[in-house]
Design a protein around this ligand. Structure first.
Ligand SMILES: *Cc1c(COP(=O)(O)O)cnc(C)c1O
Length: 394
């Protein structure tokens, strides 16, 4: 058993990020500055997208994309019930209706056949998520979207650095979004980034993130004495928000992006350790990764075999936590969240595969600096907790 807590996740920050943050603090430029621009260029280059728009969170990025695509009341967006809640909430932010479709039990992403059946004349977009960073079916979703002349919105908040069939996640749809919360592959504390090839959409998002200002580069107070820019700062072209990323976050992002390949390699190493160690465990279903995928690994989520109940799973998670091993139940189904059931009348049984999967998942501690000894300790503790449940049944 471990003697020290093994956290569910932990950011990988080095002196390189610390130095960039200190440099930024000393520069006196704390918003709308050179770090944001550098960070945007790095993410655009990495994904091969023409535009990258930094913002305050992945959720903010999703919200702006939906607004930018003019999705609103009366419109439907086809999406997955098996995700972090933000991928569906952004549809509610604009007054549109999420139309859920069930998932495929291997990839845990939407079943493409069900998407086609869910499309109606009111459908305005398909919003797909690479859940747990797994990109399987993204090309199929893009094809369905093209066939029906709908935009594909790619919530890649869990998939930065992953490639599928040689293509970068974030670049499959009309627009993609990354999130930089501390448990993601790279972090800026809080933050997000939109990527797209669509100039008009990028312009709209840049405007919305800064109170709907015009797309001419805004001149903050204390800017140059150019008469043509006077008035630009307080001219608002559309309804906007304050969804800006601050320069300290962007500085972290610049340092993290420089190290993305290194971080991905470290995460692959940890995922391989888990795979090797758990391969022979009969009660567990391991992540199923398509051979054409190179994963950057957001989390490591295993699933108890069919037949285990949610109560048993919850006791196993509680047991892990009691033994100082972080564990999580990623993800409870969105349609069964109290708010969704109450407001929209969703009920258990509507998306049976997503529900059955969500009752049996266990997210294990996962970050780039997890050691082999820690992985061993986690797996041993997991074995013990599962055996304890099996004994109770017998
Ligand atoms: C992390 C995440 C987001 C965005 O989260 P923020 O905390 O707003 O940055 C959106 N969708 C999914 C699927 C996520 O995992």
């Amino acid at each position: 058993m471990p003697h020290r807590e093994i956290p569910l996740s932990r950011p990988d920050i080095t002196d390189s990020e610390v130095n960039l943050v200190v440099e930024t603090l000393r520069s006196g430029r704390l918003s709308i500055g050179p770090m944001q621009e550098r960070f945007e260029k790095q993410v655009a280059a990495r994904t091969g997208c023409r535009h990258a728009v930094a913002c305050s969170s992945g959720t903010a990025g999703l919200h702006m994309i939906l607004r930018g695509l003019n999705i609103g009341p009366g419109d439907e967006v086809v999406t997955t019930p098996f995700s972090f809640i933000a991928s569906s909430n952004c549809i509610l932010f604009v007054g549109a209706t999420p139309v859920f479709v069930d998932i495929c039990p291997k990839s845990l992403n939407m079943d493409p056949r069900l998407i086609e059946r869910a499309i109606t004349p009111r459908t305005k977009a398909i919003l797909a998520v690479e859940v747990f960073g797994n990109p399987t079916w993204m090309d199929a979703y893009a094809q369905i979207a093209a066939k029906h002349e709908l935009p594909l919105i790619e919530d890649s908040c869990e998939a930065l650095g992953t490639t599928y069939k040689g293509r970068q996640c974030g670049a499959f749809g009309r627009a993609g979004v990354f999130g930089f919360y501390p448990n993601k592959q790279i972090t800026t504390g809080e933050g997000g980034m939109i990527v797209t090839d669509d100039q008009a959409l990028a312009d709209a998002c840049r405007s919305m993130r800064s109170q709907g200002r015009g797309t001419a580069p805004p001149v903050p107070e204390g800017g140059r004495h150019d008469p043509s820019t006077v008035g630009a700062w307080l001219r608002h072209e559309r309804l906007g928000y304050n969804y800006r990323m601050h320069e300290v976050s962007a500085a972290m992002g610049v340092g993290q992006m420089r190290r993305l390949d290194e971080i991905v390699r470290k995460r692959q190493r940890v995922a391989n350790l888990y795979m090797t160690r758990l391969m022979a465990s009969k009660p567990l279903i391991l992540p199923s990764i398509d051979p054409e995928t190179v994963m950057s690994w957001f989390v490591f989520v295993v699933r108890l075999a069919a037949g285990y109940t949610a109560e048993e799973r919850n006791r196993i998670i509680a047991g892990l936590r009691n033994h100082d091993v972080g564990a999580g139940d990623y993800f409870p189904c969105i349609h069964l969240q109290p708010f969704y059931q109450r407001e929209f009348g969703f009920r258990p049984g509507q998306f049976p595969i997503a529900e059955s999967v969500s009752h049996r998942t266990i997210a294990l501690p996962f970050h780039s600096n997890l050691t082999e000894r820690e992985v061993d300790a986690v797996c041993q503790t997991l074995d013990v907790m599962i055996s304890r449940e099996n004994l109770q049944r017998a």
